[in-house]
Design a protein around this ligand. Structure first.
Ligand code: SF4
Length: 693
């Protein structure tokens, strides 16, 4: 959409808040600058430093502007033509498939890819490559919340209500979420909540900037959020605060969930979590006294080897108190990546087809196969989840096409993943810069960036948005859709891979029709006219669905399902050799693996490198000095970063941000213990020891 003064209205390339912004062209074709876009209701013009500086990556001198191919002669990546590079990729993938079978070829996508790209990538894997081996880095983001959502409500949309409901509820429990650092413009919803007389409870082992603002901060030992939720539910029952009418009329499974909670009496929960019983009681009162309340989770409870059950425990709390499926109440997940929501709906997840359909459902296979013009029998079945796929590289999976992801920095047990990637027969990476993963590739394909292409994303609210092309890309780059079309053509199936994003979206609409994430009533024109449309939206006369579950849940019987979850420890607990816990997270000036934000001077000045946060008591015990290098050692490796001593963290826990490669790479340490349902790795807790380096 062009604004009257010729700026282009679009959205930020980074997180799932998908802030609206205007891009104004600079004179002489010298790029664009970001300007406030007050008409988009979610951020009302506010941006964090990442969004404000996003154009810097467009003009960065380190962005890729031509393909690179690794030559036999030098062993180095050398400039090549697009024809040479695409031929090499098609040949590398086809040769592997011919020699070892289609499942020896893997595809790895990203939660930052637009809906059109995610859709085309899933189709490319299953139709052009005939491989089941596709997954994406969103598996590392919110898959546990998605699985718990599906299990409880029969449908997964991160927030089943718009953010505008948050200030009008009575209480929000924010679990393992730090929007002050991860999505600062969202903080105003919680500030407004408090200004309206509502209360904010933050659950986090660290007293983050968000926790500082809370009315109540609960700081459990990492990995014990599930026990905490069970303890709160125990008190809800003991104090007679359950909503029996809601439980009887709109849920199933309460007796089992109730019995599980009653086995977690408050003193036991205090011993497990470290949260004192009086604070548990205070939280129950704050949550139950008002007429409405919400629980919002983020990566803290989700990135655990019991992430699905942990989120399930918080959903149980909502259900038992009648705080779900009602106005201004409910459970929601604050999704992280820019298109983390849409990225999981349209087919780049190992077990899913477009429209959030199950790959194992015969009716879903038949519907999507018809849209794709292929035999349903030809569609592969489910493949490996993200970490399992990365772990299989070099053995069962011998060639990989990777788009929009940097697992050398962002995957758990990253040194092992890096070794697996290095052992591949063939690696092709499409990216905008030479990320740490792209640097290992046989072929690197330089692709356009967010402001140089058009496409849709689906925000954490389930609001489908349109990013508009605002400037002409450099001559040496192509879009991801171009790349998939050109590769499919070389593999003999190019006809089904259009390069026009709107054409892809029209096909996506048909493929999603009738599915859980039904986009069939959404068009580019509607998104522009209405500033976004909430799915499901089954036809063009449908207004979209900002609020889900008000009449019934999306399960077969319309009732929400309690999960009979019980506490269990994390994959690793402290012992004599590794006596501390490590938790990882983000800082405000960097995003994910830092592939883009580490290329922005202003952001680097604000957050130049990793650090190890530790409590003064722990620092004294081990002789750590502020700013001096500290080694953090887990069963998987060793990372070194300067000490940052602060009393805002538990004394039994250290924290590292995960945005950097090299010796300070936090994910060298993290544990790939997987949740049995979501296959989420346990990024948020592992056992470590810390010593001066
Ligand atoms: Fe971009 Fe997220 Fe920052 Fe908004 S909060 S400007 S979407 S990174």
């Amino acid at each position: 959409m062009r604004t009257p003064d010729s700026a282009t209205a679009t959205h930020c390339p980074y997180c799932a808040l998908q802030c609206g912004m205007n891009l104004r062209p600079l004179p002489g074709g010298a790029g664009v600058v970001v300007e406030e876009r007050a008409d988009f209701p979610v951020n009302r013009g506010a941006l964090c430093g990442k969004g404000r500086t996003a154009p810097a990556v467009l003009s960065s001198r380190v962005r890729l502007t031509g393909p690179l191919v690794r030559t036999h002669a030098t062993g180095r990546l050398e400039p090549a033509t697009w024809e040479e590079a695409l031929d090499a990729v098609a040949e590398g993938l086809a040769r592997t498939g011919r020699t070892h079978g289609p499942d020896a070829v893997g595809v790895f996508g990203g939660g930052g890819l637009t809906n059109e790209k995610a859709y085309a990538l899933g189709k490319f894997a299953r139709v052009a490559l005939r491989t089941s081996q596709i997954d994406y880095n969103g598996r590392f983001c919110m898959s546990s919340a998605a699985a718990a959502h599906q299990r409880a409500f029969g449908l997964d949309r991160g927030l089943p209500f718009p953010l505008e409901d948050v200030p009008r509820t009575g209480c929000v429990i924010l679990v393992g979420s730090n929007p002050a650092e991860t999505m600062p413009p969202a903080l105003r919803y919680f500030t407004e909540l408090q200004a309206n007389g509502g209360t904010l409870i933050v659950v986090d082992p660290r007293r983050t900037r968000t926790a500082d603002q809370a009315d109540l901060h609960l700081a459990p030992r990492p990995g014990t959020d599930l026990a905490l939720a069970l303890g709160l539910l125990h008190l809800v029952v003991a104090e007679g605060r359950t909503d029996e009418e809601f439980i009887a009329g709109r849920t199933t499974g309460w007796p089992q969930a109730r019995a599980a909670a009653m086995a977690h009496w408050p003193e036991l929960v205090e011993r497990i979590t470290g949260v004192p019983v009086p604070k548990l009681r205070e939280a129950v009162a704050l949550f139950c006294d008002p007429a409405s309340a919400m629980v919002l989770t983020a990566r803290g409870p989700e990135q655990q080897s019991k992430g699905t059950d942990t989120v399930g425990a918080w959903i149980n709390l909502c259900l038992a108190t009648g705080r779900a499926g009602r106005p201004l109440s409910g459970y929601g997940c604050l999704t992280g990546q820019g298109n983390g929501q849409g990225g999981r709906e349209h087919g780049q997840k190992a077990d899913q087809l477009p429209g959030y359909r199950k790959l194992t459902d015969p009716a879903a296979r038949a519907h999507v196969a018809e849209v794709w013009g292929v035999d349903p029998e030809s569609l592969p079945g489910p493949g490996r989840s993200a970490y399992e796929l990365l772990d299989a590289l070099g053995t069962e999976v011998k060639a990989l096409l990777l788009m929009g992801s940097n697992p050398v920095v962002s995957a758990p047990r990253a040194a092992h993943v890096e070794e697996r990637i290095r052992s591949l027969d063939f690696l092709a990476v499409a990216d905008v810069v030479l990320s740490e993963t792209a640097a290992l590739a046989d072929v690197v394909l330089p692709v356009t960036q967010w402001a140089e292409e058009t496409g849709t994303t689906t925000s954490l609210e389930g609001r489908v948005l349109l990013r508009r092309r605002a400037l002409t890309p450099p001559p040496g780059v192509r879009t991801d859709l171009d790349v998939l079309h050109d590769l499919a053509t070389r593999l003999g199936t190019g006809k089904g891979f259009p390069t026009d994003p709107e054409e892809v979206f029209e096909e996506l609409r048909r493929a999603s029709a009738g599915g859980p994430a039904d986009y069939s009533g959404i068009s580019y024109a509607r998104i522009e006219a209405e500033n976004g449309v909430f799915w499901p939206c089954p036809d063009e006369d449908h207004a979209g669905t900002p609020r889900l579950f008000l009449d019934r849940f999306a399960t077969e019987d319309g009732r929400a399902r309690f999960a009979p979850v019980t506490h269990r420890e994390a994959g690793e607990v402290p012992d004599a050799e590794y006596p501390l816990l490590l938790t990882t997270g983000r800082v405000v000036a960097q995003y994910q693996s830092g592939a883009q934000t580490r290329r922005v001077d202003e952001l680097n000045a604000a957050a130049p490198g990793p650090f190890v946060e530790l409590h003064p008591r722990l620092a004294t015990r081990i002789g750590a000095v502020e700013g001096a290098p500290l080694a953090v050692v887990s069963r998987r490796g060793r990372a070194v970063a300067p000490a940052r001593i602060t009393d805002t963290i538990r004394a039994d826990t250290v924290f590292m941000p995960f945005h950097w490669p090299g010796e300070g790479r936090a994910n060298t340490l993290t544990n790939p213990a997987l949740d049995p349902v979501s296959r989420m790795p346990e990024f948020k807790v592992c056992a470590v020891r810390v010593e001066p380096a």
